[in-house]
Ligand binder design. Structure first.
Ligand SMILES: NC(=O)c1ccc[n+]([C@@H]2O[C@H](COP(=O)([O-])OP(=O)(O)OC[C@H]3O[C@@H](n4cnc5c(N)ncnc54)[C@H](O)[C@@H]3O)[C@@H](O)[C@H]2O)c1
Ligand SMILES: [Zn+2]
Ligand SMILES: [Zn+2]
Length: 376
């Protein structure tokens, strides 16, 4: 079939993207779903900093690629032998397909699926195939098995999680990345306990979801740190008890003061290694620092290693919220529907696919949290 998609042909275009237009909106060919695959009509797709990081070259990927990895939609067709889904099902995409039989999958660490990671690096579906071609017959790669900046897409069944029909699809999209990552970092990676002090550095979609998750876990105080004032106001609505403008004051000293000596858990969601060091320094003795941000692979961070020993500090990475998507997305949806995860606060605006480059400029400038491309 023909569909309309946002295709990235090369990384590192000059900003502003409104001028350089790195994403081209094109009519492309989408092949039928193969065995174990599903054709999905995308209803809503969020713009995440990880898409921006591919566009600007911070997260190198194989080109050309149909971008987008945070989305929800409706199943339209099943490939031969595909089970577990029916036409008309509402689904959220998980951006690591979990094969179910590698060692990480077998030990409950679906976010680290080896076959999923291999396919994502290659820009293919879990099967190793690609399904998009452009008008010149060039094969286009899949972004994290999702490629949601397209009216229709084909994904492995392992990339999909069924959700209730009564959850609006533009809200559901947020669960695919921001919510699974931010809430998962709190509940799965850090295992934040009620009554403990949490600091969140970087208040985009992911960081604000971490604030919401910390609130749901009963943490307190919850200190939220950013360099953009509007993000701080939003963080309070998400459940932060205290906010720090890191453009004006030393965030380490401020967090240590609000938490009376340091946070039990600090979560870095800015994607800047200097901020990761600040998060580490803002924890108390025995504290845990969770890093979620994705700086360029060449970036390094440095802390006095002896403090890991004498102060029993922990630094943990959190990919996709250390989630098992088929376990966690239904849980987080239920928490949302029960009023405990007010994730609609992450929604900034709806954008048309044709205006996506301008929308990425707004994300890069810190002017937006989650902007959602609506196809329906
Ligand atoms: N680990 C994962 O699985 C995963 C998933 C999604 C996104 N990410 C990464 O997480 C990061 C956040 O993603 P997002 O979509 O929320 O991004 P975003 O651009 O919406 O938010 C980043 C925030 O960091 C703030 N910031 C910038 N400099 C800062 C500083 N010095 N101190 C404090 N805050 C600062 C910005 O103002 C912004 O609010 C990115 O690096 C992204 O690639 C990781
Ligand atoms: Zn993302
Ligand atoms: Zn696996």
């Amino acid at each position: 079939m023909k569909t309309e998609a946002a295709v990235l042909y090369g990384m590192g275009a000059a900003a502003p993207y409104a001028r350089s237009q790195p994403l081209r909106i094109e009519e492309v060919d989408l092949a039928d779903p193969g065995p174990g695959e599903v054709l999905v009509e995308v209803a809503a797709a969020g713009l995440c900093h990880s898409d921006l990081s591919v566009i600007d070259g911070t997260r190198p990927r194989v080109m050309p690629m149909v971008m987008g990895h945070e989305a929800a939609g409706v199943v339209r067709e099943l490939g031969p032998g595909t089970t577990g889904f029916g036409v008309g099902d509402h689904v959220v995409f998980a951006f690591v397909p979990a094969c179910g039989h590698c060692l990480p999958c077998g030990t409950g660490r679906a976010a680290l699926c080896e076959n999923g990671a291999r396919a994502n690096s290659a820009g293919t579906l879990l099967s190793g195939n690609t399904r998009f071609t452009n008008a010149r017959g060039e094969r286009l790669h899949h972004h994290l098995g999702v490629s949601a900046f397209s009216r229709h897409t084909v994904a492995a069944a392992e990339s999909l999680v069924r959700i209730p029909d009564d959850l609006p699809l533009h809200t559901a999209a947020l669960f695919g990345c921001a919510v699974m990552t931010g809430v998962g970092a709190v509940l799965n990676t850090a295992r934040v306990e009620a009554g403990t002090a949490v600091a969140v550095f970087g208040l985009g979609g992911v960081g604000l979801a971490a604030v919401i998750g910390a609130r749901a876990a009963g943490a307190g105080p919850i200190v939220a740190v950013d360099v953009v004032a509007s993000k701080l106001e939003l963080a309070v609505r998400c459940g932060a008890t205290d906010v720090v403008d890191a453009a004006r004051v030393d965030p380490v000293a401020a967090v240590r003061e609000f938490t009376r000596g340091g946070a039990d858990t600090a979560i870095e969601c800015a994607g800047i290694e200097r901020v990761l060091v600040q998060a580490y320094e803002a924890t108390r003795r025995g504290g845990t620092t969770v890093t979620v941000g994705l700086p360029h692979p060449s970036r390094q961070f440095s802390v006095p290693s002896v403090t890991l020993v004498t102060e029993e500090r922990t630094v943990k990475g959190s990919y996709m919220g250390s989630a098992v998507p088929r376990r966690d997305i239904p849980r987080y949806v239920a928490m949302h529907q029960g009023g405990r995860l007010p994730v609609d606060l992450l929604f900034t605006d709806t954008v048309r696919l044709g205006d996506i480059n301008e929308a990425f400029d707004r994300l890069a400038r810190g002017e937006a949290v989650r902007q959602i491309v609506r196809f329906q």
